[in-house]
Ligand binder design. Structure first.
Ligand SMILES: C[S@@+](CC[C@H](N)C(=O)[O-])C[C@H]1O[C@@H](n2cnc3c(N)ncnc32)[C@H](O)[C@@H]1O
Length: 260
């Protein structure tokens, strides 16, 4: 199977086609993710992106602006592309509250943006916003408008292998997004440079039930198979400091290339 096919299989089998949707994210715009953990991630991403004051930046899928606001403070302007109007509204309110005024929002899917109209950028960034099928042409589109492209993606398996065996009878997604996208970028001749960043101390859930509900939804477990998988998840949860999670670490994969 080609890496492009592995990407499509991964998106499909991990139920992430539903994430490539404005309405899906509309309901999630008010989540406040500000914690020491996310601040460290933002700092590390900013150190990697290293914008200069005269730079024009593009962010694909900024959500409610965790990274976009920092990018805007450090650059000349940031153009945002996001299909969720509620996310963009939350971002706008946050920017106004923080006195940040150099943002331009485009309420659309990256796949549909008119590249002639959007202009060119010093750097394009996507952080946890790639859920499209047939990703290769979308990476090329990023390259065609920006001198440098930065992708930040999960560097961990979304559905643990034992849960995949229970859901599908076998392991159907054996690579992380980071591995798959690195190989796709190499296949496209983009000559990516890649690295990972690790964040221990990921906040857990207050109860076993809350954690199990979260993972059933995250894995996209169908109603019919929930019982045994819920029991399995409950038995493998780790307890740390009175909270519950499958893992207390987050691994972020970074992929960078220069447009040729
Ligand atoms: C998990 S949030 C990421 C937020 C932010 N980038 C961060 O790292 O904190 C995913 C965002 O990607 C956006 N998104 C989903 N599909 C997209 C697409 N096809 N084009 C642009 N943005 C998309 C969603 O609307 C959502 O705001």
């Amino acid at each position: 199977m080609s890496w492009a096919d592995k990407w499509n299989t991964s998106i499909k089998m991990t139920s992430r086609e539903r994430l490539n949707s404005g309405p899906f994210w509309d309901g999630r715009a008010d989540r406040d993710r500000s914690c020491p953990f996310s601040r460290k991630l933002t700092d590390d991403q900013m150190a990697a992106i290293a914008p200069l004051p005269h730079h024009r930046l593009l962010e694909i899928g900024p959500g409610n602006g965790r990274l976009a606001i920092s990018m805007a403070r450090a650059s000349s302007s940031v153009t945002l592309v996001d299909p969720s109007p509620v996310m963009l509204q939350a971002l706008d309110e946050r920017a106004k509250a923080e006195g940040v005024g150099n943002l331009t929002a485009i309420n659309d899917y990256w796949e549909r943006v008119d590249l002639e109209a959007i202009g060119t950028f010093d750097k394009a960034v996507s952080s946890y916003s790639l859920f499209m099928m047939d990703i290769g042409p979308q990476l090329r589109r990023m390259s065609s408008v920006a001198d440098e492209v930065f992708l930040f993606v999960p560097a961990e398996i979304r559905i643990p292998f034992d849960v995949q065996r229970m859901m599908f009878g076998d392991v159907v997604v054996e690579h992380t997004d980071h591995e798959i996208l690195t190989n796709i970028a190499e296949d496209l001749g983009l000559e990516p440079v890649v690295w990972t960043m690790e964040y221990p101390g990921r906040p857990g859930f207050d109860s076993i039930d809350e954690a199990v509900e979260h993972y059933l939804d995250l894995y996209g477990v169908p109603e019919s198979g929930k019982g045994p998988i819920a029991d399995h998840i409950a038995s493998t949860l780790r307890q740390r400091g009175g909270t519950f999670a499958m893992s207390d670490e987050m691994k972020v994969g970074a992929i960078w290339w220069q447009s040729i």
